[in-house]
Unconditional design. Structure first.
Length: 184
């Protein structure tokens, strides 16, 4: 299994080996890292929203004695992958957080109850399709970094920009300027 994961030549304290595995092989790959490669420490697990492609589950496993690590990745088209809490009890918190923030299911997990968000919270805030309401409430300046767009003469010398729609906010969530409830 070591060669199949592509981790045969990892050096101590060197770059971490990265192995892409099929979602159906996720549990077996994590078990192989633990049993065959000596990865006795579960470091972390999370997800990346890859948009229409699905979700990429990423886990980092570490061998304390061997001083080497493995990064496992699996691209999920169906947001579900087998829980590894039976192999690493420390995966419990990470799987709960990933379930809550991305909506990825972990069949076999002992209890995917809410961890960080209020019980009445709806949605999965780290998904790309989740609209951050705070971006709608506060006008978006159009700059990406503080101070961006300012001239050397100070903030008053900066050209006034036309209002822009914040990234990730649908067009129908923003009222055109002057179209609010007080407009005549």
């Amino acid at each position: 299994m070591r060669a199949a994961l592509g981790v045969a030549d990892t050096a101590a304290d060197g770059p971490r080996a990265v192995a892409d595995v099929a979602p159906d092989d996720w549990h077996g790959a994590v078990r192989a890292c633990r049993d065959d490669l000596g990865c006795d420490f579960f470091d972390w697990l999370s997800a990346v929203d890859e948009g229409p492609e699905g979700f990429r589950i990423v886990a980092h496993l570490w061998s304390v004695a061997g001083r080497r690590g493995v990064v496992l990745r699996a691209l999920l088209t169906d947001p579900a992958v087998a829980s590894v809490t039976g192999l690493y009890p420390g995966a419990d918190w990470h799987e709960r957080e990933t379930h809550e923030m991305f909506g990825v299911d972990f069949p076999g997990h002992p209890g995917l109850r809410p961890l960080l968000l209020a019980p009445e919270f709806e949605g999965h805030p780290l998904r790309k399709d989740f609209v951050l309401a705070s971006r709608v409430v506060k006008p978006w300046p159009g700059a990406k970094e503080p101070g961006e767009g300012r001239h050397a003469d100070g903030p008053k010398a900066a050209r006034k920009r036309a209002p822009k729609r914040p990234p990730g906010v649908p067009e129908d969530w923003i009222e055109p300027e002057g179209a609010g409830p007080d407009a005549v």
